[in-house]
Design a protein around this ligand. Structure first.
Ligand code: PLP
Length: 397
């Protein structure tokens, strides 16, 4: 391997949310919690960023931009940024977005908050699939928009949409927006073309706009194919797609995402409400990611494949009553441990206190997630194995 994913990197004193921010984010509702180990010894497998250095090609591009010495007001005038993004998606997923449809955002989360506000008038509702990335609900809550849930159906560790239920829920005229995770966090499901077609047809027949959050689309297991929602409905103006290099290349702190809005009216509203000033280091980094990042991502893919294989093997051997299928996408393992734990509501707290590991328990995923834990595997193997050992010791006691 050209890149070193085994390297353990200390993140203390970098204001990393993973290391410094967990008390507030995970346990804020409790005044003070104590764990079985000191905070520094907790294994951190919770928030969805990586313990890996980003690609040296990206760091090089940031350094080069920094060495220019002037970091003044910056906007994306240069067409090459959009072309690098479009080519990246086209080369990987076989679909070319229109450059004139692309706008920038400080992240996918701010985009979601804005889009829900624009797409859901008072008394209108948003639909989400549960379990769900919690910020989908937060985006609706912030706009006082009621959220309707459609539960994914689980089958032997795999997850499926309930089309009958989606049809029934979107038939309610007050449901105007689906906030859709493609691929899906936390289950890691990559939706098939047929599933996307069926979902789109139901939504568009019922006048529902789809926000397709595709932030996880480049973290795929080897051999898996991802389809952008817009690729299935290239002429639709009722899809808004959110993408970013942040998950794929561990750049979340650079606060840049792109939103692709084919609907002219909505795009004009976006442009009226956003000042398109960018961080010059973020622009340099993302452009380098899209034009030079493939070799690093290829190796990351193999490393994550192996981490998932290890988890599967470990669970089969040590926690045979757990249910887990290696997901098509994401670096997140979504594991059903309900056979071991029946009467504990807050699994995040339980594992932090009793196993010395920070992970995200089902309760953090809105609904339809009891008995599940989500483990972040974007870390060196040594950390994955230590985390698994702690979980197993805790559950087998
Ligand atoms: C589905 C999904 N959307 C958005 C985000 C966060 O996006 P950003 O950091 O660009 O705001 C995450 C982070 O975990 C995510 O899983």
């Amino acid at each position: 391997m050209k890149y070193d994913f085994d390297k353990v990197i200390e993140r203390t004193n970098t204001n990393a949310v993973s290391v410094e921010g967990f008390r507030d984010y995970l346990f804020g509702e409790y005044d003070k919690v104590d764990f079985s180990v000191p905070d520094d010894d907790l294994i951190k497998m919770w928030v969805a960023d990586m313990e890996f250095e980003t690609a040296p090609e990206i760091l090089g591009a940031i350094r080069k931009r920094l060495d220019h010495g002037i970091l003044g007001y910056t906007m994306i005038f240069d067409e090459s940024y959009h072309h690098s993004l479009i080519s990246w998606i086209d080369n990987r997923h076989g679909y070319k977005f229109q450059p004139q449809h692309i706008v920038s955002s400080r992240g996918v989360i701010p985009a979601l908050f804005y889009l829900v506000k624009k797409l859901c008038a008072p008394k209108e509702k948003a639909l989400i699939m549960t379990p769900s990335y919690a910020f989908f609900k937060h985006a609706a809550d912030a706009n006082e928009t009621e959220t309707i849930y459609t539960d994914l159906i689980s089958n032997q560790g795999d997850f499926f949409m309930n089309f009958e239920d989606i049809e029934a829920k979107t038939a309610d005229k007050s449901v105007t927006t689906l906030i859709f995770c493609n691929p899906h966090n936390p289950t890691g499901r990559v939706w098939t073309v047929e599933e996307l077609r069926q979902l789109g047809e139901i939504c568009f027949t019922n006048g529902v706009t789809i926000i397709s959050d595709e932030i996880h689309c480049d973290i795929l297991r080897s051999g898996v194919t991802f389809t952008p929602m817009q690729k299935v409905f290239p002429d639709s103006t009722d899809i808004v797609t959110c993408v970013s290099a942040s998950k794929t290349f561990n750049l979340a702190g650079l606060l840049l995402a792109n939103v692709i809005i084919p609907n002219e009216e909505l795009r004009n509203q976006w442009n009226n409400d956003h000042l398109p000033i960018e961080n010059p280091l973020s622009v340099a980094a993302y452009q380098a990611a899209y034009s030079l990042g493939q070799p690093w991502l290829d190796e990351l893919t193999l490393y994550l494949d192996e981490n998932f294989r290890l988890v599967k093997e470990f669970l089969t051997k040590n926690l045979p009553k757990s249910k887990f299928k290696i997901p098509d996408s994401t670096y997140l393992a979504w594991i059903d441990v309900s056979a071991y734990i029946t009467d504990i509501d807050d699994l995040t707290l339980h594992f932090a206190q009793n196993a010395g590991i920070l992970l995200e328990g089902g309760k953090m995923f809105v609904a339809n997630a009891d008995g599940y834990i989500r483990l972040n595997l974007a870390c060196p193997k040594s950390r994955v194995l230590e985390g698994l050992n702690r979980i197993s010791k805790c559950l087998n006691n």
